[in-house]
Design a binder for this molecule. Structure first.
Ligand SMILES: Cc1ncc(COP(=O)(O)O)c(C=O)c1O
Length: 416
């Protein structure tokens, strides 16, 4: 049998809907400068789906630094992996500045967050070691765990009592094997906006012997007094053994990093396969990241603006009776009830009649009959944007409850 044959009939859980949803729900094209207002299918929409938390994507100083760096160095330099021929003083400068910013001893740059953390997990654990991780971890953590040849235990999301049970099992097994225990969680969970219970997890170090790796993709730049993330916010940055974040969100770029004690970062430099066997970050991106980090440090008003918008949006939604779950961060889920047709009809209405673009999450990511609209506020949204959005949400919720979308849904999209 041709190995490709099965893909003709089964395009996978998302690909299955491609013929009716592609270009609208999947692979939509937002055009124009990255900002709260962009174009979708030729029309201006108010966007709430970009992780451009601090509004740096289109900040004039960032745009200038990116353009100047690209002009000066091109996008190729340096060639080769860091270890072989792709290292520069600027890569090392960025690592040093990140180290200071997240209050650790040393840092390693990574080309991408997803590949980076997956490969870090792979480098850290051997057959005898045991991983304990949160059930709602991002796909990059799950895939890193999948590479692990030894045992792994999962605990229900943020369930510290259960984590303790898993740590008991993990410790026993690790002791028998002569291995160690690695706990992995997120600083801020990207779907719910819940913070990882870092304080409680770090406190468990008194009882159990383990190391803690935290993916703070959504916390870096948005949480903590200086923006150093969820660890700083909860006062336990020291208890995080490896602090990881991507540049894909607050930094509005590409790349990532991991920080920790020098010996462990030195080990990772020589053993993280996604870095050893891949070309290093182009220097223009490194220069761009240095500029972004400078703005993170010198312009606290970016984070202040972000939180003004977050508070207005979350409080406003709650006042109007919306269920925004248990978020503690900028990520703002809005939970409603309905099936696939309700969800697609509602989103289409929001985009076409109210010119509002946000992401929607349905089963199997959330339980059956739950529609989760996911809003990402940024420092460059305005209070007026918030008001317009809440009012539109009231209208569509009313139509949803009255059953208006049920008969339309996917079908109306296919007509386009
Ligand atoms: C929690 C989390 N970790 C890692 C990543 C992956 O980062 P990158 O986009 O740099 O590959 C993401 C998404 O971008 C994320 O949300």
């Amino acid at each position: 049998m041709d190995i490709f044959e099965k893909f003709q009939s089964d395009k996978g859980p998302l690909g299955r809907h491609a013929n009716v949803e592609e270009g609208y729900f999947m692979f939509p094209k937002l055009e124009g400068e990255i900002a709260p207002r962009m174009r979708f299918r030729g029309k201006e929409v108010l966007t709430w789906s970009l992780n451009n938390y601090l509004g740096l994507a289109n900040h004039p100083e960032v745009r200038k630094a990116d353009a100047d760096a690209a002009r000066k160095y091109g996008l190729a330099y340096p060639m080769g992996a860091r270890m072989m021929s792709g290292n520069t003083n600027l890569h090392e400068q960025l690592e040093e500045e990140l180290t200071a910013f997240v209050m650790k001893e040393s840092t390693m740059l990574l080309n991408y967050g997803y590949q980076g953390i997956l490969s870090i997990i792979d480098a850290l654990v051997g057959r005898k070691d045991v991983i304990v991780y949160d059930a709602e971890s991002h796909a990059c953590i799950i895939d890193g765990v999948r590479l692990h040849m030894g045992k792994r235990f999962v605990y229900p999301h943020n369930d510290i009592e259960n984590l303790e049970k898993q740590l008991e099992r993990a410790t026993k097994l690790a002791n028998e094997n002569g291995g160690g225990v690695l706990v992995i969680t997120e600083g801020v969970f990207g779907m719910s906006g819940n913070m990882g219970k870092l304080k409680e997890i770090v406190a468990l170090k008194k009882k159990f012997d383990f190391r803690l790796l935290v993916d703070d993709a959504h916390g870096f730049g948005t949480m903590g007094k200086t923006g150093a993330g969820a660890g700083e916010e909860q006062g336990v940055q020291d208890g995080i053994d490896l602090y990881f974040s991507t540049f894909a969100k607050s930094m509005a770029s590409i790349g990532a990093f991991v920080s920790g004690d020098k010996p462990i970062i030195d080990y990772l430099r020589y053993n993280t396969r996604s870095q050893i066997f891949a070309k290093s970050l182009p220097i223009a991106l490194v220069v761009g990241a240095l500029k972004r980090l400078e703005l993170l440090k010198t312009k606290p008003e970016l984070k202040e603006n972000l939180w003004k918008v977050v508070d207005a949006l979350q409080n406003g939604l709650k006042e109007k009776g919306f269920n925004i779950g248990t978020t503690e961060a900028c990520v703002t889920p809005v939970l409603m009830s309905g099936g696939l047709n309700d969800a697609t009809g509602l989103i289409k209405d929001l985009r076409e009649q109210y010119n509002i673009f946000c992401s929607v999450v349905i089963y199997p990511v959330v339980p059956k009959n739950v529609i989760m609209l996911r809003l990402i506020p940024t420092a460059v949204h305005t209070i007026e944007d918030v008001e317009v959005t809440i009012s539109a949400f009231e209208s569509v919720k009313h139509k949803l409850v009255s059953g208006e979308y049920r008969k339309k849904g996917v079908a109306i999209i296919a007509e386009q």
